[in-house]
Design a protein around this ligand. Structure first.
Ligand code: FES
Length: 581
């Protein structure tokens, strides 16, 4: 047997169903055995001689965002068969945001490892990656990048919106809006229960420019999906046609050597970062893009991200940017293609895409297409002249932190405030609504020990709740700082991904209630204003990683190997090292 990451000697150089034969010491016996079991599924010799397209099928009843995947799978298989291939779907880990504990991010790397190893170990010439919900798209791209076989991604697509009374609603920016209204007493229990039944009413991923839609856009900008397919709604007939076309294209890829490392280049990573910024996309996109880059020995540098941000306009008025439009509007307005065309002067147009054409060739062919300028602005008249995300550095975040300025309050961008510190999520839950809590709207709420190496494993808890008493007084935003992540659907003046994290003994662990913190978005700074002697005194009392040791299984692997946010929170042993076929 081959070991993980290695190859069987037998079947080396073979293609199709005879790839990676088992090592019995008798090649013909290996072929005979493999074909015997394949024939038990009813395949003919003719079918088994075709190019094999594996389909990473992530349907799961624990994943509502993928509930339409069986129908999409049928369409992919139609496309593969029509193009002369043999389609073989296989299950992998599937991740949904609301059904995984402690959070889905903890299992992204597990899914990436599963995807990589199954692509490598099973006899397929190319793979279709069916992804949708937040972590599934990056996990599949990470795994496929490392597996080194031709791959194409089929995005599941966003949900359609629904109605609550006079409001058009969709997961999940509205989830937070209504919950905030409930917390402040504006909505009663019956009303919030009614909202609960209206937020998610179709198959697909969240209806706004959250992490799933951001990662779909990144996949298309990287060149890993067919052009124009990232934003098609899940229940739209075009989604099925995209699935069929993806299957057909996978057969062509199976006959080629167009592997992900030729597509996901340094230029493609920058193109994807530009699109992320122009969309005012999810902060999680920065982590995932860094992880994808890392698989190919590339780096998404945060200083470079700021340079890109300074020169990339925000073009998409899709929630949580603006308060009117959803992904179905974005698709109808022109989708990712319309954004790419506006950014054309800023992109690396020589990047090859999975369609076999360069990005420049794709955009040259896109002429005279309709664009709804209410939703997708022109570069000449953007929503904002600069990108939606900025990296901050300073004594509180030596390795960087992220602020989504496009979803934040500009009046809070240059501010020094008093820290109100919570040492853990449990501490936050216990005290944030305490009427006796010493807090004002001018304070900075700080959460420690919610980074990747904490026991919480970097949850989307960075959207720290505003204390109830301040909400009741009409406060709707304040500066909040943590080493956690934030849902792509959230908004507010929220500093995330502080690195190094508190659990590793980073400066965030040194903050005490009453300290002064200075935020300057203009200077890209985040500083803890504490005297050096006091800083050193506190540093002496910090014992990184001393609490809650993980002792076994995936917990242990995660705790020992996960890297910090600027490195994409991938496992350190998964960097680089693409498998060659
Ligand atoms: Fe799946 Fe939002 S929960 S995309």
């Amino acid at each position: 047997m081959s070991t993980s990451g290695g190859k069987s000697d037998q079947g080396k150089g073979e293609r199709g169903f005879l790839r990676g034969l088992q090592s019995y010491g008798d090649r013909d016996f290996s072929v005979y055995m493999r074909r015997a079991f394949a024939k038990s599924m009813g395949y003919s010799g003719d079918e088994l001689a075709r190019p094999v397209v594996g389909i990473a099928f992530t349907y799961s009843r624990f994943n509502p965002c993928h509930r339409h995947f069986p129908e999409l799978l049928d369409a992919v298989k139609r496309g593969v068969a029509a193009a002369g291939g043999l389609a073989l779907e296989f299950p992998t880990v599937s991740l949904h945001e609301s059904t995984l504990a402690p959070n889905s991010m903890k299992f992204r790397n597990l899914m990436a490892m599963d995807t990589e190893e199954m692509i490598r170990a099973q006899p397929m010439d190319a793979v279709v990656l069916m992804g949708g919900c937040d972590k599934t798209v990056p996990a599949q791209l990470m795994g496929a990048a490392s597996a080194g076989k031709p791959a194409i991604q089929l995005i599941g697509g966003p949900q359609m919106t629904s109605r609550f009374r006079d409001d058009r609603v969709g997961a999940c920016t509205d989830c937070r809006k209504f919950w905030t209204q409930y917390r402040s007493g504006e909505l009663g229990k019956a009303e919030i229960e009614a909202v609960e039944g209206r937020l998610v009413t179709t198959a697909g991923t969240c209806a706004v420019m959250g992490t799933a839609s951001t990662m779909a856009a990144i996949a298309e900008a990287l060149g890993m999906t067919l052009p124009g397919t990232a934003a098609i709604p899940a229940v739209h007939a075009d989604r099925l046609r995209a699935a069929e076309a993806t299957g057909a294209r996978a057969v062509a890829l199976a006959r080629s050597d167009l592997t992900p490392d030729r597509i996901i280049t340094a230029g493609a990573i920058e193109n994807a970062a530009r699109v992320l910024l122009a969309l005012g996309g999810s902060t999680n996109g920065v982590i995932h893009l860094a992880a994808i880059a890392g698989r190919l020995g590339l780096k998404l540098d945060l200083v470079r991200l700021n340079e890109l941000s300074d020169t990339t306009p925000v073009l998409a008025a899709v929630k949580p940017v603006g308060d009117q439009f959803y992904m179905e509007d974005f698709f109808a307005a022109g989708g990712i293609g319309a954004v790419l065309r506006e950014l054309k002067e800023l992109l690396h147009l020589d990047c090859i895409t999975v369609a076999g054409q360069t990005l420049g060739e794709r955009l040259a062919a896109d002429t005279g297409l309709y664009v709804d300028r209410r939703v997708i602005k022109s570069a000449a008249e953007p929503l904002e002249p600069q990108g939606g995300l900025v990296a901050l550095f300073g004594s509180l975040a030596p390795d960087g932190a992220i602020l989504k300025r496009s979803a934040a309050t500009p009046e809070l961008f240059e501010k020094t405030g008093r820290a109100v510190v919570f040492s853990s999520l449990e501490d936050l839950a216990a005290r944030i609504d305490d009427p006796a809590l010493d807090v004002t709207a001018d304070d900075f709420i700080v959460l420690q020990n919610a980074g990747p190496r904490s026991s919480a494993a970097m949850p989307e808890a960075g959207f720290l709740p505003i204390p109830k008493k301040l909400l009741a007084a009409g406060v709707n935003d304040m500066v909040r700082i943590s080493d956690a992540r934030m849902s792509g659907t959230a908004y507010g003046t929220i500093v995330l991904h502080v690195a190094p994290e508190a659990a590793l003994g980073g400066p965030l662990a040194l903050v005490r209630s009453g300290d002064r913190i200075r935020l300057s978005v203009g200077e890209r700074r985040l500083d803890l204003l504490v005297e050096e002697a006091e800083w050193n005194r506190r540093r002496g009392g910090i014992r990184p990683g001393a609490s809650d040791p993980m002792t076994r299984g995936y917990d242990k692997l995660f705790r020992e190997s996960v890297m910090q946010a600027p490195d994409g929170c991938d496992f350190d042993f998964l960097l680089g090292g693409v498998h060659s076929q």
